[in-house]
Design a protein around this ligand. Structure first.
Ligand code: BES
Ligand code: ZN
Ligand code: ZN
Length: 466
């Protein structure tokens, strides 16, 4: 398939070349169909010798680079739908943004949009399309491919059903990743977790027959590291709510409660290949929040790794308990920054909807760094307040802190809770909304299901260091 642009209602230069090769067939159809080429619209032309896809770029002016990414996604969707194998795409708006930048974001869009998860479907599998960008800049297209592989990994992990992707399976996949791309890996089981004193994490984990796994990955640069960073991801492979049980409808999609962990693993895959001059450690406290005779209860008092005691008032606020210990553990290595991603609260989805993450910065400068990185990637994050006075809501009568406050401002209270356990400059991203797309229209860069949200922001942030 050949893909060419319609800009300002006219065929692009590349389109005109193709049209003359095809004896004016495209121009003819363009007139006949009155295709105006509004931005993001497409016209599929199956000619006898060649399939052609016209892509509307809208008016001649006023484009942003991110429009090119969206156009790439659009092209990929058409390609997948039609089962096309080989695609040559014009480097849209290269004259406006330069070959290099235009082809980088176009490639991102093409790869992100072409993703499908069909592992458990016997029919309807089609082989992956191969994209070539005409006049593209090779190295950045290749880099976009590496980044997309990381996003694909994260999406696959989220999309796997929870009976397959248990904490143990997640750890195996982390180990496989480590061998594949050359990362150090350490995995702890129930004994290791209890011996270290991760009492909050263990309380959540112990109710399940599927054992927890604490996963640590380390990327070390060849030269001396100019900065040492920590990534932490929430890794609940399933969240029933525990004894504060979720109703069925809310429990649907709770296999995606490890989207933070998936993003961190996806990012580590990319980082290991792009080799930035910083040290990056990743931490995942993987567990399943279930009900049993061994499960934790409301009213329990737990002791976290940093010595703080926690009163459990709701077993469905389990993510912050597992993260409390993961953050305390990450802090022991004295990193220069901790960025943590979690599908933490329904409250954040109410506040920002399904397409944006809430960004909670305990450290303002770090918050700005992460926000800028997100802006470049097109992943939407919005700054939220860490309102200090709300800490009072987490007061406990029996312990140092309670695991929930009240409903109003729930996402903020959750962020404040986490900040009690991070002993380093800290940013929390609540990805409960954008981590998983229930409907395809909730997701700008691919199909419904796991989105891989956060992978590109983390990679961009890490690659900007130094
Ligand atoms: N995993 C959920 C949060 C969630 C909700 C993620 C919707 C994705 C979509 C989390 O563990 C949870 O249940 N949070 C509770 C907290 C409450 C008990 C304070 C919530 O948001 O209702
Ligand atoms: Zn929960
Ligand atoms: Zn949860």
């Amino acid at each position: 398939m050949r893909v060419v642009a319609v800009l300002g209602g006219e065929l692009s230069e590349e389109g005109r070349w193709l049209d003359s090769e095809l004896d004016g067939a495209i121009g003819h159809i363009l007139k006949e169909t009155r295709f105006k080429g509004e931005i993001g619209t497409t016209l599929y032309i199956p000619l006898p010798r060649l399939q052609v896809l016209l892509v509307g770029l809208g008016r001649r002016r006023g484009h942003r680079l991110s429009d090119v990414r969206r156009l790439g996604v659009k092209v990929a969707e058409e390609v997948v739908e039609r089962g096309v194998r080989e695609v040559a795409v014009e480097n849209f708006l290269a004259a406006r943004f330069g070959k290099r930048d235009a082809s980088r974001v176009l490639a991102e869009g093409l790869y992100l949009g072409a993703y499908r998860f069909s592992r458990y479907q016997n029919e309807g599998k089609s082989p992956r399309a191969r994209f070539v960008i005409a006049q593209g800049y090779g190295p950045v297209v290749e880099e976009a491919g590496v980044v997309a592989e990381g996003v694909y990994l994260a999406r696959d992990l989220v999309n796997e059903p929870p009976n397959v992707l248990t904490p143990e399976e997640l750890a195996w996949r982390a180990e496989r990743l480590a061998t594949e791309v050359g990362l150090e890996v350490r995995v702890l089981g129930p004994e290791g977790i209890q011996n270290l004193g991760m009492g909050a994490y263990w309380a959540v984990a112990k109710g399940s027959a599927n054992e927890p796994r604490f996963i640590e990955l380390v990327y070390r640069p060849e030269e001396e590291a100019i900065r040492r960073l920590a990534l932490v991801g929430k890794g609940l492979t399933f969240d029933t709510g525990g004894y504060s049980l979720k109703p069925t409808d809310s429990m649907k999609t709770m296999k995606a409660d490890m989207a933070g962990a998936a993003a961190v693993l996806g990012a580590m895959r990319v980082i290991a290949q792009l080799k930035p001059p910083v040290e990056v450690r990743a931490y995942i406290a993987a567990a399943e929040n279930m009900i049993s005779g061994r499960a934790y209860r409301v009213d329990d008092v737990l002791r976290a790794l940093n010595g703080k005691t926690i009163e459990v008032l709701n077993t469905d606020a389990e993510g912050r308990l597992t993260l409390a210990d993961a953050l305390a553990y990450a802090s022991l290595a004295e990193p220069d920054a901790i960025v943590e991603l979690s599908t933490l609260t329904g409250s954040c989805v109410v506040a920002l909807g399904r397409e944006m993450a809430g960004l909670f910065a305990a450290d303002e400068a770090l918050g700005r760094e992460v926000q800028r990185a997100a802006e470049t990637t097109g992943e939407k994050v919005w700054p939220m307040p860490m309102e200090e006075s709300y800490r009072r809501k987490l007061k406990s009568k029996i312990a140092d802190i309670a695991n929930v406050g009240d409903r109003a401002g729930g996402a903020i209270q959750a962020a404040l809770f986490l900040s009690e356990f991070a002993d380093a400059p800290f940013v929390h991203l609540d990805i409960a909304g954008p981590g998983f797309a229930v409907k395809p229209e909730d997701h700008a860069y691919g199909p419904a299901g796991g989105t891989g949200f956060g992978v590109r922001t983390l990679v961009e942030w890490v690659m900007r260091q130094g």
